[in-house]
Design a protein around this ligand. Structure first.
Ligand SMILES: Nc1ncnc2c1ncn2[C@@H]1O[C@H](COP(=O)(O)OP(=O)(O)OP(=O)(O)O)[C@@H](O)[C@H]1O
Ligand SMILES: [Mg+2]
Length: 116
């Protein structure tokens, strides 16, 4: 099992959700976050120049998923979140030790597959 953590532009959220849904990926959490993706803007000040780190509004999508679905999820997100400009987003894939569905106490693989 993996946790796919995708940080994307807010403007792409509905397309990303649609693409994930089309790929049968429906168990997920969406958060409003702020982040920085490396671009350093150099600004002039009265004392000289300083590097400014502006935080951008982003959307974070967390998806607990079986290993077989990771590439499908990554592909769906990359296609639907793409504009071609810097800042389109980033995807982290983390190992997951344990997943428990509260209602049934099902665990792991049985718990990451949503009940339809
Ligand atoms: N190394 C990182 N660790 C944690 N979060 C990150 C990291 N890099 C980017 N992020 C998050 O992802 C968001 C989008 O990053 P961004 O798309 O700018 O990545 P990038 O690697 O700089 O790609 P690009 O070259 O397209 O800008 C950032 O605003 C930040 O929230
Ligand atoms: Mg960046």
């Amino acid at each position: 099992m993996k946790l796919v953590k995708a940080i994307v532009r807010p403007s792409t959220l509905s397309d990303v959700l649609r693409a994930l849904y089309a790929a049968d990926i429906t168990g997920l959490t969406v958060s409003n976050v702020r982040g920085h993706g490396g671009e350093v803007e150099v600004v002039g000040t009265y004392r000289g120049t300083t590097a400014k780190m502006e935080l951008q509004d982003k959307i974070m999508i967390d998806i607990g998923i079986s290993d077989d679905f990771v590439d499908i999820a990554v592909d769906a997100i990359c296609k639907s979140a793409f504009t071609g400009n810097v800042g389109d987003g980033k995807i982290f894939v983390l190992p997951v030790e344990r997943v428990i569905r509260v209602r049934t106490r099902e665990e792991d693989m049985a718990a990451v597959t949503p009940v339809r």
